[in-house]
Design a protein around this ligand. Structure first.
Ligand code: FAD
Length: 447
């Protein structure tokens, strides 16, 4: 692992790995769960020392180094009453999230993270450094927005920022499972009432002292508390078992879902008799995505609840896992054509994410396959492809690359954009050294 202190050192590492054909990958925030930012017997370029953020209030732009996490950006921009569309978890790497597309609470107002990306300074496979934008290396800029990890190392990114003077209303709530019909009813209603300034997520997770899963709800409203409470009144009036909603400054918002400290969670889990093969390592994790369209059938959602609840009950060490139906208004996303950037999942649907966490290696296959079958079922029964005549290749693949597992065929993620991506790959990375994220050239061995 090479922890570099400058962009030029990073370029030297890329050139060296390329020249000697050494398996190579980049580590940003380290949030990948598919091993995309580690390699065995190869070189990991660690960017964690390159986290500078510069805010330019006059032009409302922000430049961010390639190893920064969203907390760095949120805090720096807030000092000038500015915001940048970024992830809902502020520990995630800015570059990792951005290059794959990027969703955040502000997506309903301002689109995806890539829709606010002005330029990207990239180290290419030969170690050269170029800046891709709408005016220079336009073909690369097309590829960087949705599949950037396949083309180089982003060492600096330029973003459009937006004015944000007010605090926002946000937080998590927990409900008992009998409230599912009302929660699903609100989700089905959400699309018709949102003006883009809201987000409504719901899903399932197991609370500490509970023997069964609860319904986790996450609310976001960019406006006053009274407006927010009025908007979400059908949910807030359901007598939540836990309510952590409040008014927050924007730079505190993306902390509300941060993973709790691993040691605390381990102490907690040890009380329910979980053994740890190696106390120095964290949890085993797997993130997978799918999509849903509205309206949702409450009986189907209950079925998913039952199935998920059974997995967690049968595997107590996986009780920190969660599944989330992520309703972020999609009008701004679908304004841009799927062919306009490499990102190919713009359509009239919403992401579903599942994050499974467990501790023992012997359960890897079992838990991963339970997760996959759950997510496949959601896509098949409630997703966009169930609609007659829908063409995922051109109208949105329904699969966010940063949520897709590593073994998902690239055609399912990039649809009709795949052939153009492969041509770009020939031009910018003919030897496919950047292949640890999604491998665009399936014939090459894994790095
Ligand atoms: C709990 C959780 C919550 C999430 N929430 C969101 C969310 O709200 N919104 C969202 O859009 N996504 C979300 N994601 C997905 C997240 O965007 C991806 O996992 C992303 O790839 C993480 O980036 P990272 O830099 O933290 O991870 P890493 O593991 O460091 O990197 C991920 C991939 O990006 C590559 N990479 C990282 N930095 C660079 C760089 N500077 N240049 C080139 N390649 C680079 C790595 O090589 C690797 O292939 C979430 C993921 C998790 C696990």
């Amino acid at each position: 692992m090479v922890r570099v202190a400058s962009i030029h050192q990073a370029a030297t590492v890329v050139r060296f790995a390329s020249h000697h054909e050494i398996p190579f990958t980049t580590r940003g925030g380290g949030y990948s769960t598919s091993g995309a930012s580690i390699t065995y017997g190869g070189i990991v370029l660690d960017l964690s020392k390159l986290r500078a953020v510069h805010v330019f209030p006059d032009s409302q732009t922000v430049t961010v180094e390639g190893g920064a996490v969203w907390a760095d950006v949120d805090v720096a921009a807030a000092q000038h009453q500015l915001i940048v569309v970024g992830s809902t978890l502020n520990q995630i790497g800015v570059a990792g999230a951005t290059l794959g597309g990027g969703y955040g609470w502000l997506t309903g107002q301002y689109g995806l993270v890539i829709d606010n990306l002005l330029w990207a300074k990239m180290i290419l496979a030969d170690g050269s450094i170029v800046t891709a934008s709408e005016t220079a290396h336009r073909d690369l800029f097309w590829g960087v927005r949705g599949a950037g990890q396949c083309f180089g190392v982003a060492v600096e990114l330029g973003f459009r920022a937006h004015r944000q003077e007010n605090h926002v209303f946000a937080g998590t709530l927990c409900f008992s499972p009998d409230k599912l019909p009302q929660i699903v009813a609100f989700a089905n209603h959400f699309e018709t009432v949102t003006d883009g300034k809201q987000g409504f997520w719901f899903g399932f997770t197991m609370q500490d002292s509970m023997a069964q899963c609860s319904i986790l709800v996450v609310l976001f409203y960019n406006g006053s508390e009274s407006e927010a409470r009025q908007f979400f009144s059908p949910v807030l009036s359901l007598e939540p078992a836990m309510d952590r909603t409040q008014m927050l400054p924007y730079d505190g918002l993306n902390e509300i879902l941060n993973t709790t400290d691993v040691t605390t969670r381990r102490d907690r889990l040890s009380k329910i008799d979980i053994t740890y093969p190696d106390k120095s390592v964290g949890f085993r994790k797997s993130l997978r995505g799918s999509n849903i369209t509205l309206p949702l059938d409450v009986d189907f959602v209950r079925l998913i609840y039952d199935e998920f609840n059974a997995v967690l009950t049968d595997h107590p060490q996986a009780r920190d896992s969660r599944i989330l139906f992520e309703l972020l208004p999609n009008r701004q996303i679908t304004k841009v054509a799927n062919s306009a950037t490499a990102f190919a999942s713009r359509g009239p649907y919403y992401n579903v994410s599942s994050l499974f966490e467990w501790t023992e290696a012997h359960l890897d296959n079992e838990i991963r396959s339970l997760q996959q079958s759950l997510m496949d079922r959601i896509g098949r029964c409630a997703g966009i492809t169930r609609q007659p005549g829908y063409n995922p290749s051109t109208h949105g693949t329904g699969l966010y690359a940063n949520y897709a597992g590593r073994d998902v065929p690239v055609g399912e993620i990039f649809g009709d954009n795949l052939s153009r991506l492969r041509r770009l790959k020939e031009k910018y990375d003919a030897h496919n050294i950047f292949r640890k994220w999604h491998n665009l050239n399936k014939h090459d061995p894994p790095a």
